[in-house]
Design a protein around this ligand. Structure first.
Ligand code: ADP
Length: 357
């Protein structure tokens, strides 16, 4: 028995599998079939009376443990100020989700927000960062799951994991559930070969989302996708607010370069040189910019090695700072990852279904 006297552990059934906790009550430590880490997770989710919350009954403790340890992030550690540009998206997010999470008493009735937000746009533009920043700003627990892992890694168990995810989130309110690549879960493709299991998974997911529409739950679901056009009508309806997260503007690209170099004490570029880098990186995503800065910051090291300095004898303080030439060289290697024709698709979808044009 753990510190909470009424904790209801699972029992082992005859075939050796651990059963769920519903209705079972086993005395004694070590007799409950749980190892210490699982028991600890369960105890943290129990109410003050030590009872398992209703939503977690009938859910296997190992899945609850997986959610608590792998999917829940205790401190997402992304602040609003870490996200370059996207001023419009940030403003919308404040009003649509952060204020309601902070002041649920005001956002009721006509003002009540939907429980689903879709962030769509090219890869590497800061969608995940926004999800984490929302959790940070609203002091909410953050759950991150990639939908493709549900369909690949958790074959046949995805449904159970989804139930565990929403169950744990409801015990950890306010909570933000971030589902990356949500299109792979809620895609409209109804191919002949669509597996029964993925259909069931999708249904379960929609049921769980529906279940959270009550006014009292402080749980926000954020779906992120690079392929919004794959979502079907049911998914769009549930993700009522849909925000386009575009490629970074020139100022945002400058800010990414400056912030990353400054953080490592490598910034020597003049404002004019930064402007040149921005001019040469039209069409680069935030993550392309990060890769570019990483590559450019290797320039001084590469140069020292070419000049014959041995890596073992190299003094960090002798390395020069990163200059414009390093960026020009790296631009040959690091190319933009998003094609301009893809942008047209996002813009059209935004016109048709986006929440703010
Ligand atoms: P997405 O979820 O849209 O695919 P991420 O949020 O995972 O993209 O971004 C990947 C990385 O790219 C981030 O960790 C960050 O380093 C960088 N990045 C992307 N967009 C931005 C941005 N707007 N501001 C600062 N860094 C960004």
């Amino acid at each position: 028995r753990g510190p909470r006297g009424n904790f209801v552990p699972p029992i082992r059934n005859n075939n050796g599998n651990t059963s769920t906790m519903a209705g079972s009550r086993m005395p004694g430590k070590g007799d409950d079939g749980l190892d210490d880490s699982t028991r600890k997770c369960m105890e943290l989710l129990c109410g003050p009376d030590g009872e398992i919350p209703e939503k977690l009954k009938n859910i296997e403790p190992r899945l609850i443990e997986h959610i608590s340890n792998e999917i829940m992030e205790k401190d997402p550690n992304v602040r609003w100020s870490d996200i370059a540009g996207l001023e419009h998206a940030k403003k919308c997010v404040m009003e649509m989700v952060i204020y309601p999470l902070i002041r649920p008493d005001i956002f009721r009735g006509c003002r009540s927000p939907g429980k689903g937000l879709l962030l769509f746009g090219p890869p590497g533009t800061g969608k995940t960062m926004i999800g984490k920043a929302i959790a940070g700003e609203a002091k909410a627990t953050f759950f991150y799951i990639s939908a493709s892992s549900l369909t690949s890694k958790w074959i046949g168990e995805g449904e159970k994991l989804v139930r565990a995810l929403f169950g744990v989130a409801s015990c950890r309110q306010p909570a933000v559930i971030f589902v990356d690549e949500i299109d792979s879960l809620l895609s409209q493709r109804k191919s002949e070969g669509e597996h029964e299991s993925s259909r069931r998974l999708k249904t379960q997911f929609l049921i769980e989302m529906e279940g959270f529409d009550s006014a009292n739950d402080q749980v926000l679901l954020i779906g992120a996708t690079n392929r919004p056009q794959e979502l079907d009508e049911a998914a769009r309806r549930r993700l009522a607010r849909r925000l386009y997260i575009p490629l970074p503007s020139s100022e945002a690209r400058a800010s990414i370069v400056r912030t990353l170099l400054e953080k490592d004490g490598l910034l020597k570029l003049s404002p004019d040189e930064i402007a040149t880098v921005c001019r040469l990186t039209e069409g680069y995503s935030g993550s392309d910019m990060k890769n570019l800065v990483k590559d450019a910051s290797m320039g001084p090291l590469r140069e020292a090695l070419i000049q014959g300095t041995e890596i073992t004898k190299l003094k960090k303080e002798d390395l020069r700072l990163v200059n414009l030439k390093d960026f020009e060289d790296s631009l040959q290697e690091i190319r933009p990852s998003v094609g301009s024709n893809e942008l047209v698709t996002y813009e059209e979808w935004n016109k048709q279904y986006g929440s703010s044009k």
